[in-house]
Design a protein around this ligand. Structure first.
Ligand code: NAD
Ligand code: TYD
Length: 352
């Protein structure tokens, strides 16, 4: 048996593939375009593993995807591939439209053709799992209840709008063509291999480099943080037992204001890697101009996933964030390679 994982060299996709192969022997075919966010080094430990087959390519390349499906005959496809950074989507939305909307559409078309060609038993077994975000629901007021699966979609950034469009396409392929799909909408992840353009890895990196820790606006925006390995277990559970055509919200019940997250990171770093001058990393915090259209609050109600599929996160924010800081301290070479762009040279040396 084989699964096809797209976006597998990115943050969550890489964690998913590493966890998957640590837990069972089912072969993984990885498809990743290797954009700036894709780093094959994340999967370096699988380089000689016969259970893993990496292909560089675009989910929007219909011919390539059709070939891969014919050749490897996967029983499931997990779609992590996306442009994922809100700030980049504000500066240049085009790539988000191309990958998140057009790419998902082309992938769905190739998958529909493949699925239609399967025998009855394989058809019944097959799953297309689409990995999405809580940002599709828009922004909450301070006292609003957390997002449930039946909240209406109100995306506010080009990123979240493009993810919302992809969710709608996935839904439509189920209702119109009967494609056996599942969708997960998860809150903000953090953990190993997180590209240091996002808040948590950026703050750890800048703190250690003696740079400013930029807080947008007043720092009171709230995100609901989930340790990435918990997201991976949720996805595995939904793949295994989710109801076809349904969506599942995934979250850690960990609502935190950005400024509190940054304070926590500074405090852990003060203990684990004190500054040479004995001062706190908090001294590096700088308030900067806010992100345009910045969503004020996200929060996930994960009751459905807990009640129907028995999933609970294993980490609290306190345990997960300590593990994350430790990982970055222990993997400074990875951070240096990513921030200097040297990971691209590494790919050249390794794979030329
Ligand atoms: P990421 O940016 O770290 O990784 C995305 C990966 O997709 C990269 O390896 C990139 O090379 C690849 N990719 C981009 N365009 C591609 C294309 N056209 N074809 C093939 N591969 C392509 O993102 P991430 O944080 O790992 O997010 C993975 C998925 O999870 C995304 O769909 C994202 O919307 C969703 N999500 C992320 C979070 C989060 O907090 N990071 C939360 C909820 C949902
Ligand atoms: P980010 O990690 O980009 O995730 P998202 O925008 O998908 O939630 O940002 C998390 C929060 O941190 C968000 O409210 C924006 C804020 N933020 C800062 O205050 N400073 C920064 O330098 C970054 C990258 C984000």
């Amino acid at each position: 048996m084989t699964i096809l994982v797209t976006g597998s060299a990115g943050f969550i996709g890489a964690n998913f593939v590493l966890d998957w192969l640590a837990q069972n022997d089912e072969t993984v075919v990885s498809l990743d375009k290797l954009t700036y966010a894709g780093n094959r080094q994340n999967l370096a430990s699988l380089e000689k593993d016969p259970r893993h087959h990496f292909v560089q390519g675009d989910i929007g390349d219909a011919e390539l995807v059709a070939d891969l499906l014919r050749q490897h005959h996967p029983r499931a496809i997990l779609n992590f591939a996306a442009e994922s950074h809100v700030d980049r989507s504000i500066h240049g939305p085009e790539d988000f439209i191309q990958t998140n909307i057009v790419g998902t559409f082309r992938l769905l078309e190739a998958v529909r053709a493949y699925w239609s060609s399967l025998g009855e038993a394989d058809k019944t077994l097959f799953r297309f799992l689409h990995v999405s975000t809580d940002e599709v629901y828009g922004s909450l007021e301070p006292t609003d209840p957390a997002f449930r699966e039946d909240n209406k979609y109100e995306p506010n950034s080009p990123y979240s709008a493009s993810k919302a469009a992809s969710d709608h396409l996935v839904r439509a392929y189920h209702h119109t063509y009967g494609l056996p799909v599942l969708t997960t909408n998860c809150s903000n992840n953090y953990g190993p291999y997180h590209f240091p353009e996002k808040l948590i890895p950026l703050v750890i990196h800048n703190a250690l480099a003696g740079k400013d820790l930029p807080i947008y606006g007043d720092g009171q925006q709230i995100r609901d943080w989930l340790y990435v390995k918990d997201h991976c277990t949720a996805i595995r559970r939904v793949l295994e037992a989710g109801q076809l055509g349904e969506t599942y919200n995934v979250g850690g019940w960990n609502e935190k204001a950005n400024i509190d997250v940054v304070h926590t990171l500074c405090d852990i770093l003060d203990q684990e890697k004190p500054r040479d001058d004995g001062k706190s990393y908090r001294d590096q915090i700088t308030f900067v101009r806010d992100r345009p259209g910045h969503d004020r609050r996200y929060a996930i109600d994960a009751t459905r996933l807990e009640r129907e599929l028995g999933w609970r996160p294993a980490e609290t924010f306190e345990t997960g964030i300590r593990k994350t800081v430790r990982w970055y301290l222990d993997n400074q070479t990875w951070v240096e390679n990513v921030t200097s762009g040297a990971y691209r040279d590494w790919v050249g040396q390794q794979y030329s």
